[in-house]
Write a protein that binds this ligand. Structure first.
Ligand code: SF4
Length: 459
């Protein structure tokens, strides 16, 4: 019998006029009734295209079926079989390009809100998670080092701790979470949630050591000499890049990496309760990215523009986040490319830009921006945030000579195993692929954990 398709349930959010003045989470999450109603839209397709669209292959129809029955605790167990960070993924993964993109329902109506349902069961569990009584695993005694506590590292640590390995996570910063903590703003991903996911992995048995820089405090070879039989490198790609245009050395010009780290990790938005201040002028231009623009607005800027040299269709950010930013008052200055920053007394005062038009697709498949001759214009500006790209920190590469890296400085690792050129060393996440999504880093971590387990069992 044909089933009529109900509309997808909206995610309740803070009002734009309110949220642009605070750092609290924008999306508020489904309540139980809405979650069950949304779950009831799922057709439980036999061929489950959504599972194939998920980089970690969560059994999506099965976890949604349990929501339909009101078995939320059972539902999250199914999610956790494949995903160690469901509260994070439910918030920041681009489901519209993955599981929801291929959802059968999406052919005739809006797809099932898989990400929102994942977030719902993860939050249900977080709010009720027992302090004691975590499953204890028999230990094999074999030691594994995990370099970096971002999504790839946490996945490897969680999966291997569950298998009974003695896992130690080494984090360079003073707080765990990697890009989840320094790179994603509080209003998209509350840091308390990241901390709870880290706590969960520690309760599984993984040890965490912060403020340890691999390649400086201790090298990969020294870790191996110290008895670690396998090392996973998930150190990310957090080295900021600039455009290389005149004036970038002026005061008032920051990398998005520094800007977001000061705000997210050091909590500059809560100065002086937290000791790291941040200066944001009245007119802010963010070259390339959405998170920095929304943060600048919340820090008190009057006029914030995202300056982007392609069109809206090519923007790498999630459509939902671009819409949120616009609702809050961020302007999009599209098909515009800064070519010079102009200073006065050492501070940036203006920005010269060129208008662009779109030409043929380039190697990335996106249409290439082509400058329009004679379209230069100058606009006054107080702060410029450069969010064009990041690259790999060279420390581990420089101190681990037998580790093969590509021309761009990323570690070469097997796509299906994460295995590197160095025996006993695996890598995954942004340090291999360059800047990508949280769920892809987790997928790489999952594959590497399986291969590390195979390797250690065969030793
Ligand atoms: S493809 Fe969509 S409708 Fe089908 S099982 Fe997956 S979530 Fe449900």
């Amino acid at each position: 019998m044909a089933k009529s398709i109900s509309a997808r349930h909206d995610m309740p959010r803070q009002e734009p006029g309110v949220r642009r003045h605070n750092f609290q989470e924008v999306a508020l999450g489904y309540d139980q009734e809405t979650a069950v109603a949304e779950a009831n839209r799922c057709l439980e397709c036999k061929n489950s295209p959504c599972v194939r669209g998920c980089p970690v292959e969560i059994d999506i129809p099965a976890f949604i079926r349990e929501i339909k029955k009101g078995n939320f605790a059972e539902s999250i167990k199914i999610v956790r079989e494949k995903n160690s960070l469901p509260a994070v993924c439910g918030r920041v993964c681009p489901q519209e390009d993955q599981c929801e993109k291929v959802c059968t329902l999406g052919k005739k109506a809006q797809p099932v809100a898989i990400g929102r349902l994942e977030r719902f069961v993860a939050d249900y569990e977080r709010e009720r998670r027992p302090v004691a009584g975590m499953p204890q695993h028999a230990t094999s005694g074999k030691k594994v080092a995990v370099v970096g506590s971002g999504p790839a590292g946490l996945t490897v640590a969680g999966d291997l701790a569950k298998l009974g390995y003695r896992v130690t996570i080494f984090e360079a910063l003073h707080k765990p979470g990697g890009v989840l903590v320094y790179g994603i703003p509080e209003f998209r991903l509350p840091k308390a949630i990241v901390q709870e996911e880290v706590d969960y992995i520690q309760k599984l048995g993984a040890e965490l050591r912060t403020s340890v820089i691999i390649g400086r405090t201790i090298t990969v070879d020294e870790l191996m000499a110290d008895g670690f039989e396998a090392v996973f490198i998930g150190s990310g790609a957090g080295l900021p890049k600039f455009k290389g245009i005149p004036g970038e050395q002026l005061n008032g010009v920051l990398s998005a990496n520094e800007f977001l780290t000061r705000s997210n990790l050091m909590k500059a938005y809560d100065f002086p309760t937290h000791h790291t201040p941040i200066r944001v002028g009245k007119r802010v231009a963010v070259v390339g990215a959405v998170d920095s623009a929304r943060t600048a607005l919340r820090l008190g800027a009057d006029d914030v523009a995202i300056v982007y040299r392609r069109s809206r269709d090519e923007m790498p950010a999630r459509a939902e986040e671009v819409e949120n930013a616009e609702e809050e008052g961020v302007r999009l200055d599209l098909l515009t490319d800064p070519i010079r920053l102009i200073g006065e007394n050492g501070w940036v005062k203006a920005m010269e830009c060129l208008r662009m038009e779109l030409g043929e697709p380039d190697a990335s498949g996106r249409r290439q921006p082509v400058p329009i001759k004679g379209s230069e214009f100058i606009t006054p500006i107080d702060t410029v945030i450069m969010a064009i790209a990041t690259s790999a920190n060279p420390l581990i590469r420089q101190t681990t000579p037998s580790l093969e890296c590509n021309k761009r400085g990323y570690i070469v690792a097997g796509e299906e195993t994460g295995k590197t050129s160095k025996d006993g060393v695996w890598a995954g996440g942004d340090i291999v692929t360059g800047s990508a999504t949280v769920i892809l880093a987790m997928g790489a971590g999952m594959k590497a954990a399986l291969d590390i387990d195979r390797y250690l069992r065969s030793k």
